[in-house]
Write a protein that binds this ligand. Structure first.
Ligand code: SF4
Length: 422
């Protein structure tokens, strides 16, 4: 292990483990899990997703950040950006004296305050190649918490770029992970990338491939989402598809199929392999959380769903997008969103929170709870405590579920109806 680059922690797990447990675990969640992920109190039937909250990558990144603070107690410690997209976790890290740098695409601007010997923690979604090189040149001590699933995407990107395929990334071009992934393509001679956010953007790329959209028109839409000097005529002849790890799986499959069909129309099925490659690089943690939500939506007969996670958290947004068309959904980023005045929540696509007053149905109600991969149990537990408080109850009142799902046709009527969030 070099003295300036650390990737495997500092052997301080036993020291930071109890602190992490005290900070991020929740007795309420432990109780709900022990009761089979569902329990009743005060007329509310809580149904917890089978998989939710901290994923293995976030767990590891947060653990390393705490270890780093202990190992370098006498040094300045920076985070190259939010370690994960969760306000509670980031606030706690700031309180430990870790400085979270503002986002900027320009490494010089982003790391202006950082100097030789300072410690910089790289987040779970990684940093771009120019950022890494800039920090190395500055002789910083780097603690790299990039998740193994992100490294796996980078490996695929290298295969594509090495073999002359332009990397098409299904992801948000401004998201740190996608920026880091895209930068890997540029380490190869003639390497290029193009980011598509959704099926609609993929259709535009396909219009160009089929010849119904000019390269100029295409680039007017993708100027910020493509590699420098991107030439659609040259760079869309051979493409390899990868994903930001936290996208919606159903959308990813549509993106893949849409692009595949266009390449078949343009180049013929026999030559497809020469022009199109694809790997599904959604990580297993994202997949498991989405599967658990689908199971709830299909079978739990919920009155409403609460989705908890940072508003800039891609995987939490994906969970909310799955729920909203099927059940009244409230996407919240902190326990404080729930109070006597109602629930503060942010519909997807909206820039701001909105307040819904009478959100909890009177009488019996089945409430589904899930949380994104960057949300600790402590936050989820506090949300449940706040809901219980609205009924004058506490976690001690939670009892094994008496399922009143089919007892009354009226209990499931949420006041707001389904939300349509795009
Ligand atoms: S969401 Fe997936 S890729 Fe991201 S940190 Fe978690 S496990 Fe890793």
């Amino acid at each position: 292990m070099s003295e300036t680059y650390f990737q495997k922690g500092f052997g301080l797990k036993s020291e930071v483990g109890p602190i992490l447990a005290r900070t991020y675990r929740s007795p309420v969640i432990e109780r709900l899990k022990a009761l089979g992920y569902e329990a009743n109190a005060g007329g509310i039937h809580f149904k917890l997703a089978k998989e939710f909250g901290f994923c293995y990558g976030v767990d590891r990144a947060v653990d390393y950040a705490y270890q780093t603070r202990q190992r370098f107690a006498d040094r300045r410690v920076f985070l190259s950006g939010e370690i994960i997209h969760n306000p509670d976790v980031n606030t706690r890290l700031r309180e430990m004296g870790i400085c979270i740098l503002d986002d900027s695409r320009d490494p010089v601007a982003r790391f202006r305050e950082v100097g030789a010997g300072d410690v910089v923690i790289l987040p779970a979604f990684g940093v771009s190649v120019p950022e890494l090189q800039h920090l190395q040149a500055k002789q910083c001590v780097l603690v790299d918490t990039t998740c193994g699933s992100v490294l796996n995407v980078w490996k695929k990107v290298h295969y594509y770029a090495r073999d002359g395929y332009t990397v098409v990334i299904h992801g948000k071009h401004y998201h740190e992970e996608t920026r880091a992934t895209a930068s890997q393509a540029l380490t190869h001679q003639n390497g290029h990338y193009l980011c598509v956010r959704d099926v609609a953007e993929t259709e535009l790329v396909c219009d160009f491939i089929r010849g119904s959209l000019t390269g100029q028109d295409l680039m007017s839409r993708f100027a910020d989402a493509a590699s420098p000097g991107f030439d659609p005529d040259r760079d869309l002849r051979k493409v390899g598809l990868a994903n930001q790890t936290t996208m919606l799986m159903s959308e990813t499959l549509k993106v893949q199929e849409t692009l595949r069909r266009a390449m078949i129309e343009r180049h013929g099925e026999a030559d497809l392999e020469q022009h199109f490659r694809a790997f599904d690089t959604i990580c297993s943690a994202t997949q498991e959380r989405q599967d658990a939500v689908l199971e709830m939506l299909d079978g739990a007969n919920l009155a409403l769903m609460i989705v908890i996670g940072g508003y800039n958290s891609s995987n939490t947004q994906a969970l909310a997008r799955m729920c909203a068309p099927r059940v009244t959904t409230y996407y919240i980023d902190r326990p404080g969103c729930i109070g006597a005045e109602g629930i503060h929540h942010r519909p997807i696509g909206a820039a701001d929170e909105t307040l819904t007053a009478a959100w909890l149905p009177d009488g019996e109600a089945r409430v589904g709870i899930t949380a994104g991969a960057s949300t600790p149990d402590s936050v989820v537990g506090e949300v449940i405590e706040r809901i219980l408080a609205l009924r004058g109850k506490s976690p001690a009142d939670l009892t094994a579920a008496i399922d009143f799902a089919h007892r009354s046709p009226t209990f499931a009527n949420a006041p707001a109806g389904k939300q349509s969030i795009a």
